[in-house]
Design a binder for this molecule. Structure first.
Ligand SMILES: Cc1ncc(COP(=O)(O)O)c(C=O)c1O
Length: 380
């Protein structure tokens, strides 16, 4: 059997990893500024994370949500403490798309309405409603197309006000990334997020903060929406949550009430996933990684801004993007194959940095040094 060929891949096999370093089968060492697409939060194969998963595995890996799973409550407690959302309720699932799918469904159950507002360049996942509110027609199958999705320009307060004036009583939810990731690292302005909050309150719609990529401390705060001082009704999370162990979840404001059977999943919240998620939060707390992400992020942003050949340096914490001119369009490739540094990208010609929150200042400085070298040596 062959693999279903949907991924444009680099011809590299990674055989082992530690912290912000990975090694290929020929023992070449790479620095990872991509974090496996923002997934590696506390560092590859963090020993505490490995140990917590191993010891859970020896006890029990999985049982269904038909029994009590105290480690879910332990996770909810810790997540409440670290995120500051102590009175929210946790629902666990397995991926970012699934988290958004559940958030949107819940908003519709809660309001009894159908319309969803989303924004230009948004990415919310590939399942049916998540992809319908994603601004990329090429990944929306005919069956996913729905008139319930409305796209407005990102960061445009007037367009938001106008849409609410026209359709306010039909709108179930507004879904917004605090920092757009796949769209090329665009930060939602504080005023824009405040305006979403205000309109949702006025018209009884649900504010969904898609924090799958920009959440979990990556921005230098637990949720990037926290910069605006707003409280969303639902936060969706995934990538950094398990440091590579697949899991996702939503946290839900107390004003949305649960009903048996309303949401559900077989695998979500299994013992092993909860052990991985708890290990991540414990390490984030113990190693003060959110503050660290903010400091290293500031250093990277300042250093990148001083490089003349690139422009549009933007982002927050360790979610950073910059534009690369046409004559340097292969910069990402050269960084990988010549300098052995993984970075991310967004179309067209944007480099995205999404390293582990534990990346050291030395590694960040090494990256800047090598980026300057690559810009100097490879003008193609
Ligand atoms: C903001 C955002 N939401 C949702 C998703 C979908 O997550 P997953 O691929 O885990 O389904 C992604 C993935 O890149 C994302 O960046």
């Amino acid at each position: 059997m062959k693999l279903f060929d949907v991924y444009p891949i680099n011809d590299i096999q990674i055989t082992h990893a530690k912290g912000s370093r990975v090694w290929d089968e020929k023992q070449n060492e790479y620095l990872d500024l991509y974090g496996g697409h923002a997934v590696i939060s506390i560092g590859h194969t963090h020993p505490y994370w490995v140990e917590r998963i191993e010891s859970q595995l020896k006890k029990i890996a999985f049982y269904s949500n038909s029994i009590k799973i105290p480690i879910q409550e332990e996770l909810a407690q810790k997540l409440g403490e670290i995120s500051g959302k102590k009175d929210y309720q946790l629902f666990l699932c397995n991926s970012g798309a699934e988290a958004n799918e559940n958030a949107l469904k819940l908003a519709s159950f809660h309001t009894g309405r159908k319309k969803i507002i989303s924004f230009s360049k948004a990415f919310h996942g590939r399942t049916s409603l998540a992809v319908a509110v994603t601004d990329n027609p090429s990944i929306v199958a005919p069956v996913n197309q729905t008139e319930h999705a409305m796209f407005l320009p990102f960061n445009d307060i007037q367009a938001l006000e106008d849409a609410f004036k026209q359709y306010g009583n039909e709108i179930a939810a507004v879904i917004v990334e605090g920092i757009q990731g796949v769209g090329g690292i665009h930060v939602a302005s504080n005023d824009f997020l405040l305006s979403i909050r205000k309109n949702c309150d006025q018209y009884g719609a649900v504010y969904i903060a898609d924090s799958v990529q920009c959440g979990y401390g990556r921005s230098g705060k637990f949720f990037s929406h926290d910069f605006a001082g707003v409280e969303a009704d639902i936060y969706s999370m995934a990538k950094g949550m398990g440091n590579g162990f697949p899991l996702g979840g939503i946290i839900i404001s107390p004003k949305l009430k649960a009903k048996h059977g309303m949401l559900g999943t077989t695998f979500g919240g299994n013992h092993l996933a909860c052990a991985a998620a708890l290990a991540v939060l414990e390490v984030i707390e113990k190693e003060n990684l959110i503050h660290h992400a903010s400091e290293v992020g500031e250093f990277l942003t300042a250093s990148l801004t001083s490089i003349e050949a690139i422009s549009g340096v933007r982002g927050r914490g360790l979610m950073i993007g910059f534009d690369v001119p046409e004559h340097l369009k292969n910069l990402k490739k050269h960084m990988l194959f010549k300098h052995k540094i993984f970075t991310g990208e967004a179309k067209p010609n944007v480099i995205r940095l999404l390293p582990s929150l534990a990346i050291t200042m030395e590694d960040a400085a090494y990256f800047i040094h090598q980026l300057k070298n690559a810009i100097e040596h490879y003008q193609d």
